[in-house]
Design a protein around this ligand. Structure first.
Ligand code: FES
Length: 79
């Protein structure tokens, strides 16, 4: 866990992602999960990860911030 980051949750959140849309996944754990709401600035924590998907899909996004495959849950929340 990077300095000033916290676990934002203990389980992933299921989301419906739209194709070719910019998403900002919260990497610091402080704001509403799983997307950035700007709280990292106040907390001096890490900035969000911006990502897109090529096709619309359902995805499980990490909230614990321990994933090795951000923004997606890789099961690390159980470690
Ligand atoms: S919620 Fe972070 S790895 Fe599953």
């Amino acid at each position: 866990m990077k300095e000033n980051n916290i676990r934002g949750g203990d389980a992933p959140i299921k989301v419906e992602l739209e194709a070719n849309k910019n998403y900002s996944w919260c990497s610091c754990g402080h704001g509403d999960q799983p997307f950035c709401n700007g709280t990292h600035r106040k907390e001096k924590a890490t900035t969000p990860l911006t990502f897109q998907v090529e096709e619309a899909k359902e995805a499980w996004l990490c909230t614990c911030k321990l994933t090795k495959n951000p923004p997606y849950c890789d099961g690390s929340h159980n470690a």
